[in-house]
Write a protein that binds this ligand. Structure first.
Ligand code: ADP
Length: 258
């Protein structure tokens, strides 16, 4: 009986061992696949604006464009595409800095409403161009301990997504308020929404929902991964409430400063 018990035990150990080895191999393969997908989507994202920049620059420099208005128009397009490149590179750098723990936070007591307001003002043009109405309800004196630059990226990530994933004539509402000793920042949109089965995935690195609208918008799938890391660094909670076809609300709850 003792012998058969021992045999059964050894068999179980071997089976469990193999199970964990297989599991870790499949996790490693998943990670490699994600990194490869990331590299190919980032390369693609970098290549698209670069191709336009090169094309417009060539058209101007080889003298094919005679009219000054056309030259100005193409120069503007070069500027726009360069900004796109700059933003993408900044997101990748932000992400890798956080991933490798190299991000240095500068903690200070700050008014979150002021920080969010700066993002609001900076994104109003993008919303306007897309025919989206922006509303703000920012309670002044919403003090927290935080890093201004990192919180700017967090607010920017959520507000830009709300604008990006909302069809005109939609509405994006940005709020900062005090609730139960917490400073609550939320962004609500009347956009495409996120299926319940996708809601847990969207904060993952490089993850993009496979729907039509997401595919037709630019993005690397890094925005919410950065937002989540900034929230974690501030010991803040982040959650999403969403209904497909109706819209989404992303909520970040931070500790109020003394
Ligand atoms: P991306 O660069 O694709 O925007 P994010 O990490 O910011 O990457 O978001 C991940 C995915 O979550 C997006 O691709 C999109 O499918 C979904 N998503 C994010 N925010 C919203 C939103 N406000 N409404 C609908 N879908 C959203």
């Amino acid at each position: 009986f003792l012998l058969s018990g021992l045999v059964a035990f050894s068999l179980l150990t071997v089976l469990l061992g193999s199970f964990f080895i297989l599991k870790s191999i499949s996790q490693e393969r998943k990670l490699i696949m994600m990194k490869t997908n990331f590299l190919s989507s980032v390369s693609h994202e970098l290549k698209t604006p670069l191709t336009s920049i090169k094309m417009f620059a060539e058209m101007i420099s080889n003298g094919r464009v005679q009219k000054i208005e056309k030259c100005q128009e193409y120069s503007k397009l070069i500027g726009k595409e360069s900004t796109r490149l700059e933003n993408l590179i900044a997101a990748i750098l932000d992400y890798t800095r956080m991933e490798t723990g190299k991000q240095v936070f500068h903690w200070e007591k700050l008014d979150l409403s002021q920080c969010v307001n700066r993002v609001f003002e900076a994104t109003m043009d993008i919303a306007d161009n897309r025919g989206i109405t922006m509303i703000k309800e920012l309670a002044p004196g919403s003090y927290i301990m935080g890093d201004n630059t990192a919180l700017y990226s967090l607010a920017q990530g959520l507000i830009e997504n709300a604008i990006k994933y909302t069809n005109p004539p939609g509405k994006v509402t940005v709020r900062v308020a005090e609730e139960n000793e917490k400073i609550v920042f939320s962004v609500t949109d009347t956009g495409i929404g996120i299926k319940p089965s996708e809601q847990k995935n969207i904060f993952n690195d490089f993850y993009r929902v496979g729907d039509e609208m997401t595919r037709s918008t630019k993005g690397s799938g890094l925005g919410l991964a950065i937002v989540k890391r900034v929230a974690e660094a501030h010991k803040a909670s982040i959650s999403v409430q969403s209904h497909p076809g109706k819209g989404s609300t992303f909520t970040v709850k931070l500790k109020k400063a003394e």
